[in-house]
Design a protein around this ligand. Structure first.
Ligand code: GCB
Length: 599
């Protein structure tokens, strides 16, 4: 076949996609929370291995007897230069940086080991599921490789049925958070590269065949017709059913030879909204086994510059947030911590939250769903991604697919974001428009977006004219008037024009303040400066009639190694409206007032 360079790019990308998704990894199992599970959270033994000595020999060849063998000396004369059970320990879930002082800035390999017994039952299958491991995970059970996973914020699972023993199983992971130019995210970011097994590890027990996945959402444009599908793990033509007891809905479907049933039914739904975050108990039944979920129903669409929820225009009163623990730093590890972050956004008067800059935990999305917060969810395609690298594209598309795969039944997610602040180029348009198409192929019920910082200026106007605008449904604009450019007092006069008949969300604005540091409006880092910045920016934003919402930057101060001003920052990005200790700054109350007066 004759191939031109763009065909070659596509072919190579397809091969790489197969590589990324085709490891021994099993397809993602939906809804872990409501299945039969055993938690492997808790204390794990670890070995810090900066030279990857547990993986490579002195000729830099992978070892057959690496640390994944969990070997022990049998006689006093044996030479085995590691022992998981005599070393350090870490808690899972959790990042390693904030758990152990010597790992604070660490980027590299840490080996994790957890031993466990398992009461294995005949006629069942077992999978090991990881909520997230940052970034590159190689996973072994009882010395056998299960597979690899790339990407620090998405879930994955492997089948372990045939490897499990009743006693003394050992699960070992080589976890490497080394930043790489071609990776997603790339080397340059403004958040901490928290390494480790950052979300829960769970054994999931299933029947031999089971409902692995499903997509149950209102059909685009309809308030009554649900359309979706149910997927069995193994191909089988059989009956499956859906029940929503509260609405007396009970529907039977037949799976095809691939074990997939298309679903369509009507219901008189009390629609989910921020004022009424109504969820229905849904039961999916196969072979006498029922899997429960809580699902809400709502529509979302755009009309010109408006975003419509359940057919009515809605202003998105939002806030951006990183997945950091509310009263310190480090990754969020519990549902309670997610609920605290959500309660702060609610206290501010939000109906919307931007989960920046990567997929947050399933708990975070669920806490927001229960509290009536709509969600913007994104992948870490951030800043200077090498857009012409097919491997990078394959990786980004895989992370996007994993994000949507996990959260496609969460009612509150309305926006899938494909990128943040990426510089204009043709390669970038090809890359991001392909991601946007991919979103639509996986889920056409929601909207696509991206946060842009590429506006030009003309005739005293900021112009929203980035060509990416054509390829997304809603345009996110990050702008830092009064912080990275322009004087504070000029911000109120800022004027905007857009080339697109599409809604615009001001996805970032803000400035830094050290909580408790006071002074005049002109003094940077004071709460007064930050508060004035909000005052003038809000005046400017109020004049943008095509604005459909905003998510100021950011709910809480967060750790970032770019923030080197020791006296003020001490490694924290200080643009939070709340300090890392949970104390509200002045500007928090300004946003609260603003949202109170906004419909
Ligand atoms: C941005 C980025 C965000 C940064 C923020 C800042 O534009 O999107 O990740 O943290 O600016 O504080 O500079």
């Amino acid at each position: 076949i004759k191939t031109n360079s763009s065909n070659r790019f596509v072919l190579l990308t397809l091969c790489l996609m197969a590589l990324y998704s085709g490891f021994a990894q099993s397809s993602l199992i939906q809804n872990i929370d409501n299945r039969t599970t055993v938690s492997l959270d808790g204390t794990w033994q670890i070995i810090i291995d900066p030279l990857e000595n547990g993986y490579y020999n002195h000729r830099y060849q992978p070892k057959d007897n690496g640390f994944f063998m969990n070997e022990k000396m049998q006689t006093p004369s044996d030479l085995i230069e590691y022992n998981f059970d005599e070393g350090y320990e870490l808690q899972v879930p959790g990042d390693w940086n904030t758990q152990m002082e010597k790992l604070y800035y660490y980027e590299g390999t840490v080996w994790y080991k957890r031993s466990f017994d398992y009461d294995k039952k005949d006629g069942k299958r077992v999978f090991v599921h990881f909520g997230a491991v940052n970034y590159d995970a190689k996973v072994y059970l009882n010395g056998k490789k299960l597979g690899d996973h790339i990407g620090g914020y998405t879930s994955f699972n492997f089948e372990v049925t045939d490897l499990l023993k009743a006693k003394d199983n050992f699960l070992v992971l080589k976890v490497d958070n080394t930043r790489k130019r071609e990776a997603i995210p790339t080397v340059n970011t403004d958040w901490w590269n928290y390494g480790g097994i950052t979300r829960s590890v769970t054994l999931v027990e299933t029947e031999l065949n089971f409902i692995r996945d499903y997509f149950i959402q209102l059909k685009k444009g309809s308030k009554a017709n649900v359309e979706g599908w149910i997927q069995l793990d193994r191909p089988l033509e059989t009956n499956v059913s859906i029940e929503i007891p509260e609405l007396n809905i009970s529907k039977n479907y037949r799976t095809d030879a691939n074990g997939r049933a298309l679903v369509s039914f009507n219901g008189a739904f009390d629609l989910w909204s921020p004022q009424n975050p109504k969820l229905y108990k849904l039961e999916l039944v196969f072979a006498g086994n029922s899997l429960e979920d809580q699902i809400g129903f709502r529509t979302v669409e755009t009309r010109g510059h408006k975003i419509l929820l359940n057919g009515s225009p809605l202003f998105l009163k939002g806030i951006s947030v990183h997945e950091e623990a509310p009263f310190s730093a480090g990754r969020v590890t519990t549902m309670e911590e997610c609920e605290v972050l959500v309660s702060w956004a609610k206290e501010m008067g939000c109906n919307f939250i931007r989960l920046a800059h990567y997929p947050h935990s399933e708990q975070m999305v669920k806490a927001a769903e229960a509290a009536g917060l709509l969600v913007w969810s994104e992948i870490p395609v951030y800043w200077t991604v090498p857009f012409d690298n097919p491997e990078t594209y394959a990786n980004a598309e895989n992370q996007l697919t994993d994000m949507i795969s996990r959260d496609k039944n969460r009612t509150n997610i309305i926006l899938w974001s494909v990128a943040n602040e990426t510089p204009i180029s043709d390669a970038r348009i090809a890359f991001l428009s392909n991601l946007s198409k991919k979103v639509k192929s996986l889920d056409n019920t929601r909207l696509t977006t991206a946060a842009l910082d590429t506006q030009s200026s003309a005739d005293g106007y900021n112009m929203i004219d980035d060509p990416l605008g054509e390829h997304i449904d809603v345009i996110g604009i990050n702008q830092y008037c009064g912080w990275y450019f322009d004087k504070l007092s000029n911000c109120a006069k800022g004027k905007w024009k857009t080339s697109y008949d599409k809604p615009v969300i001001i996805s970032e604005f803000g400035g830094g303040a050290l909580q408790g540091y006071h002074g005049s409006e002109d003094e940077r880092w004071t709460e007064e400066y930050q508060d004035a910045l909000y005052k003038y920016n809000l005046q400017m934003l109020d004049n943008i009639e095509f604005m459909a919402g905003m998510t100021p930057w950011i709910l809480k101060d967060f750790l970032s190694p770019r923030r080197n001003l020791k006296r003020i920052q001490n490694d924290f990005n200080r643009k939070g409206l709340i300090s890392e200790e949970g104390i509200r700054k002045k500007a928090f109350y300004r946003m609260q007032d603003y949202y109170k007066g906004k419909n």
